[in-house]
Design a protein around this ligand. Structure first.
Ligand code: PA5
Length: 432
């Protein structure tokens, strides 16, 4: 039984029956693994198949936790954003400053997602005085950004702990057979996990690529998987658009795209979901943006970004629609205190909780954007926890695959990403 709820723009509902056959066809292609890129359909079964690996992942996580104050996750794109999306959604953003003796989980830091020299320098400074371990994730094992970061951090780690002890602090997650990282891991005897051949980077969050960092950060993989399983059961149970929330969402996007709404603004009113939206951006951007087609995935955190993007959304070019990840319940309570002087005029809010005000801001914004010509879709979860994030992950993955199929492109490859690499390698004078 899923807890995620989906609300379509009511103006789109009459089209559902008309398009039900096209959606049914896309659905069949995805679930029978016969559509374009079907050789990368492994993600579809991960919520079921990954369970057998959980104890091995838990075991590796325990070892990393025991020996580290900090764990650095090295990866880029799909190979790191899934883990970061879940970890940042669940963790206390101030955890590293809170000095909470009850929290034995290492801080998770990230590298290999940028070529910024200052970023890596500052990270190296920090870990000089920390006990740390490295999780390096690259399916191809050859991506430049994580490869560079790993070389620098491995050198630091070997200098600090010695080559033999450093080996105990490095976990490599990569292809089962190929790639420089696979070879190196074998040679050095690192603990390794595999991203299956039939799972692409951006669909890999429910493999060790996502799960190991999530477990190290102290979050519950089993509940995350249970959420994904529930959503999987729901979306696989019927190809009837009226009963399948992922099909509805995929069709709404397709219909809006047909109405020249070329940008989807994924918004949330909880800053904890910032990296979840980053994950969504790479999932849909890399999957759909092909053959001069595809919705541009953008993201915003409201109400913060209403004070920067709000004006454009309300009155700028009408090529946007909005999807809100709405969170019903928060975990903590802060209410507005009474102030006898009331110089700020806020006494009308006294005793009301911040979440109530946030939810009212959400409703007011939805109404304003709708009346400004920005169609609005809503995906509601009861609260941010492992279970609902698992549901959301599978919901967006499945919708993305259907969406690609409706657009008649291969949602599982990314040929365009090579273009910048070719130029960069030529300019850097790389041989071959
Ligand atoms: O979804 C994808 O395939 C990409 O975002 C990759 O995950 C990203 O380019 C990193 O690739 P790799 O894991 O091979 O280093």
């Amino acid at each position: 039984m899923i807890t995620t709820k989906y609300r379509a723009d009511s103006a789109l509902l009459p089209f559902f029956t008309y398009y039900s056959e096209a959606v049914q066809q896309a659905y069949q292609q995805i679930i029978t693994k016969t559509g374009k890129g079907h050789e990368f359909s492994g993600w579809l079964d991960l919520p079921e198949t990954i369970s057998v690996q959980l104890s091995e992942i838990e075991h590796a996580a325990k070892k990393l936790k025991q020996q580290s104050e900090t764990v650095i996750v090295i990866g880029i794109g799909g190979s790191y954003l899934g883990a970061r999306a879940v970890i940042e959604a669940l963790q206390n953003p101030f955890a590293s400053m809170a000095n909470d003796p009850a929290n034995f989980n290492p801080d998770i830091l990230y590298a290999g997602h940028t070529l910024s020299e200052d970023y890596l320098y500052n990270l190296l400074q920090i870990i000089d005085n920390k006990e740390y371990s490295l999780i390096v994730i690259s399916k191809s094992g050859t991506t430049t950004e994580p490869a560079i970061a790993f070389r620098v951090l491995r050198e630091h780690c070997e200098r600090k702990y010695g080559k033999t002890n450093a080996r105990e602090r490095i976990v490599a997650i990569t292809d089962g057979n190929r790639g420089a990282l696979k070879m190196m891991a074998q040679e050095e005897g690192y603990c390794t996990f595999v991203i299956p051949d039939d799972v692409g980077g951006r669909y890999s969050v429910l493999t060790p690529a996502g799960l190991l960092p999530i477990a190290v950060a102290g979050f519950d993989m089993a509940h995350l998987i249970a959420g994904a399983q529930a959503m999987r059961q729901h979306v696989l149970s019927t190809g009837n658009i009226l009963q399948n929330c992922a099909l509805q969402y995929a069709l709404c996007r397709y219909l809006l795209y047909g109405q020249h709404k070329k940008i989807e603004l994924m918004a949330a009113y909880e800053p904890a979901l910032y990296y979840f939206i980053e994950w969504y951006k790479q999932l849909f951007g890399e999957s759909e943006g092909k053959e001069n087609r595809g919705i541009f995935p953008a993201g915003a955190i409201f109400s913060t970004d209403l004070h920067s993007l709000g004006q454009y959304i309300q009155e700028g070019e009408r090529h946007l629609f909005e999807t809100v990840i709405s969170v019903e319940k928060v975990h903590h309570h802060v209410s507005i205190p009474y102030d006898a002087q009331n110089l700020d005029g806020l006494n009308y809010l006294q005793k009301r909780s911040l979440n109530e005000i946030n939810r009212i801001a959400e409703e007011g914004t939805r109404m304003a954007h709708l009346s400004g010509g920005v169609p609005n879709l809503t995906v509601t979860i009861p609260e941010i926890n492992e279970n609902s994030l698992g549901e959301l992950i599978f919901f967006f993955e499945f919708s993305c695959a259907i969406s690609g199929s409706l657009l008649k492109i291969n949602p599982f490859d990314q040929p365009g990403v090579e273009a910048y690499k070719k130029n960069m390698f030529r300019l850097l004078g790389k041989e071959g």
